[in-house]
Design a protein around this ligand. Structure first.
Ligand SMILES: [Zn+2]
Length: 303
């Protein structure tokens, strides 16, 4: 099975270098505000796609359980250290293009600063749609190519690519910015309705961040986030999309963690619990479970 290339944070100190020491307090706090505005108050099961070291995870406290999914095992190990061991959190290393979950499993999903690395965004979004339950909420953050800085640079002929066209721009390998209209079109084609759009990081400008206290920038950004309903010209955009309600007439019974999973290669479920791995009784592939992390990237023994 061929899937698009994945941006791998394995062994990366992203959390420390980018967030903790990288002067990103402003971005982190504006994201916290946006999430508070967009998240459902409560729910059973949340899927956090590209959870990294779990920076946003405690913000999903209204959910009974959260599955942290990341392609990098070392990022998940950092998240385990940060969040501690708890029934509330389930750690899964997997490829977003081959999600190892049964259809309709989740009440909500978030994907923040992740679409940014997707060479085939519609394919990834379709995977998310499949695992969301009826009426499920999807909160998606994307990097906006139609931002003021890019528009100015383009008009001043300092930048070749046009911020006005719908196709994504890959400005560094596996780093993409998207047009807001294109993202909305993809979501609508998948049957989502767009409930709300917030724009973030109005003041992501080096000198402003240096001379104005973070609290003040955060306050003004939070006021301006609402204008995302009318126009989106900031580098970061949050979309709240809601899936169609399907009444299948039956009340969903509670599933065990084992029943959450399907084989990412052949789609078979349930998998069989063999304590240090899960086995697919259909294609016989074995998926590792070690130190609290389910690993669905490559089957055991795969060279
Ligand atoms: Zn299988």
């Amino acid at each position: 099975m061929t899937t698009p290339p994945v941006c791998n944070y394995e062994g990366s100190d992203y959390q420390t270098s980018f967030w903790d020491k990288g002067g990103r307090q402003y971005e982190d706090r504006t994201e916290a505000i946006a999430l508070k505005r967009l998240l459902p108050k409560s729910g059973r099961l949340m899927l956090e796609l590209g959870a990294g070291a779990g920076r946003n995870t405690p913000r999903y406290f209204g959910f009974d359980r959260t599955i942290l999914l990341d392609y990098s095992r070392t990022q998940l190990e950092q998240a385990q250290q940060r969040l501690g061991s708890s029934e509330k959190y389930i750690y899964v290393a997997a490829d977003v293009y081959r999600l190892p979950f049964v259809d309709g499993l989740f009440d909500a999903a978030t994907m923040i600063r992740v679409l940014h690395h997707m060479a085939d965004a519609p394919k990834a979004l379709r995977q998310v749609k499949n695992v969301l339950g009826s009426g499920g909420t999807f909160i998606l953050e994307f990097a906006n190519k139609l931002n003021l800085k890019a528009i100015l640079r383009y008009l001043l002929r300092r930048q070749k690519w046009s911020p006005f066209t719908l196709e994504p721009v890959e400005f560094v390998e596996l780093n993409f910015d998207f047009h807001p209209k294109a993202v909305q079109n993809w979501l609508k084609e998948l049957g989502f309705s767009i409930e709300r759009i917030l724009t973030l990081s109005h003041f992501r400008v080096g000198f402003l961040k240096r001379i104005i206290p973070t609290g003040i920038l955060v306050f003004f950004d939070s006021l301006f986030q609402w204008t995302g309903a009318w126009w989106q010209l900031t580098p970061s955009v949050f979309v709240k999309a809601v899936g169609a309600k399907q009444d299948d007439g039956s009340e969903k019974r509670a599933l065990s963690v084992l029943e959450f999973f399907k084989c990412p290669d052949c789609g078979h479920s349930p998998l069989v619990d063999k304590s240090d791995h899960l086995e697919c009784s259909s294609c016989k592939k074995k998926w590792e479970f070690k130190d609290g992390i389910y690993d669905f990237r490559e089957p055991i023994g795969h060279a």
